[in-house]
Design a binder for this molecule. Structure first.
Ligand SMILES: Nc1ncnc2c1ncn2[C@@H]1O[C@H](COP(=O)(O)OP(=O)(O)OP(=O)(O)O)[C@@H](O)[C@H]1O
Ligand SMILES: [Mg+2]
Length: 345
């Protein structure tokens, strides 16, 4: 309970294609504390390539997860991402925030390949204290339809959105909280999910290249099914480390190549722009980072050490978080929902 009995609790909801995840953070004391964690698997193909194919089923799964967490209020912080969200660092004439707000639509017009009428914009001046004639601005454009669909889905699950954030910012938020010392140099944050990898390359803590790569644990599972004749269940068990007798490491190395290429391209883009000699550190998160061999294969391929980032590294977790499995087991999957719940709604 906060002052005047008003609850200062934020619920972060991440609707992934593999799992729906909910993290509830209590902000009423000085440091944030996680008081609830709930996850629930989604039925195969309910979400494909970021698109919600079966809204009824997804809303039901969300409802189940929310009920498991015994959420007392219907308000959540949610997020959108994918092709219909563009994050871009741009340069524009130096001006104040208010003035920039008036001009941002016109500026965005030159950088965003969407119909400006149907787009929601947000921005942040990255160097407000700078003095040059130009300033760096992080521009965010999201198709309005994407946000409306997300709100409708939440409504179907009996929820309201306090805020609709952007996936990449939530990941950044959680990462910065647990790894404040990694806000220097070129750092890659690579969140490997079930279908999608959210990649964010930061330069001194500012996300300069933000991109989704169509790669996830599903890709490895399907390759196991196809090339080794495993059933979907068995292949999934192998991925989750529960079955021996399959040489996963070599198999994974080949599949991870595509992901490595995506990261290399982004890093090459940055070094071409601002010099330097490549990526300093790579942090992995997401369920896909848990697949045996993935972290090592990426490290070998990129020639950099990879670290598994734990979004709970510096966040207190309440003793009665009420989770059926060990917190450590789900932690890697929670980077995004933790980042959402860290916001004081
Ligand atoms: N312990 C584990 N070991 C290996 N893999 C795991 C483990 N736990 C989960 N996974 C894999 O991670 C996937 C889920 O990861 P995550 O929750 O990050 O993805 P998602 O957010 O649902 O998907 P996306 O963001 O791509 O839509 C599962 O589909 C599973 O294959
Ligand atoms: Mg995800």
């Amino acid at each position: 309970m906060g002052i005047f009995g008003r609850s200062k609790v934020t619920a972060g909801l991440d609707i992934g294609s593999g799992f729906v995840k909910l993290v509830v953070v209590d902000h009423s004391r000085g440091d944030p504390e996680i008081v609830k964690i709930a996850t629930g698997p989604l039925v195969q193909d309910a979400i494909v390539e970021g698109e919600i194919m079966d809204p009824v089923l997804v809303a039901e799964t969300v409802r189940t997860v929310v009920d498991n967490a015994e959420l007392s209020r219907a308000e959540v912080v949610a997020a959108v991402g994918g092709h219909d969200v563009i994050i871009k660092k741009i340069q524009m004439d130096r001006m104040g925030h208010e003035e920039a707000r008036d001009l941002i639509r016109w500026e965005a017009h030159q950088h965003v390949p969407f119909d400006m009428e149907s787009v929601q914009l947000d921005f942040q001046i990255l160097d407000p204290d700078g003095s040059g004639p130009q300033m760096s601005v992080l521009l965010v454009a999201a198709k309005r339809e994407l946000i409306e669909n997300r709100l409708a889905l939440l409504a179907d699950a009996g929820l309201r959105a306090a805020v609709v954030d952007v996936n990449a910012f939530a990941l950044h938020n959680a990462f910065e909280h647990s790894y404040p010392d990694s806000m220097v140099g070129v750092v890659a944050l690579v969140n490997i999910g079930h279908e999608t990898t959210n990649m964010s390359i930061m330069e001194d803590g500012i996300p300069v290249v933000v991109r989704d790569i169509p790669f996830g644990s599903r890709r490895i599972r399907e390759a196991l099914q196809r090339e080794r004749g495993l059933t979907a269940e068995r292949a999934e068990a192998v991925l989750q480390g529960g079955e021996d007798g399959v040489d996963l490491e070599g198999f994974v190395a080949e599949r991870v190549d595509e992901l490595a290429v995506g990261i290399e391209r982004a890093v090459a883009f940055i070094t071409a722009q601002s010099g330097g000699d490549g990526v300093d550190r790579v942090f992995l998160s997401g369920g896909g980072s848990q697949v045996p061999g993935v972290a090592r294969a990426l490290a070998d391929r990129l020639g950099v050490t990879t670290h598994i980032a734990n979004p709970l590294e510096r966040v207190a977790v309440s003793a009665d978080v009420n989770l059926k499995v060990a917190v450590d087991e789900v932690a890697p999957m929670l980077m995004l929902p933790v980042g959402l719940a860290m916001r004081r709604a």
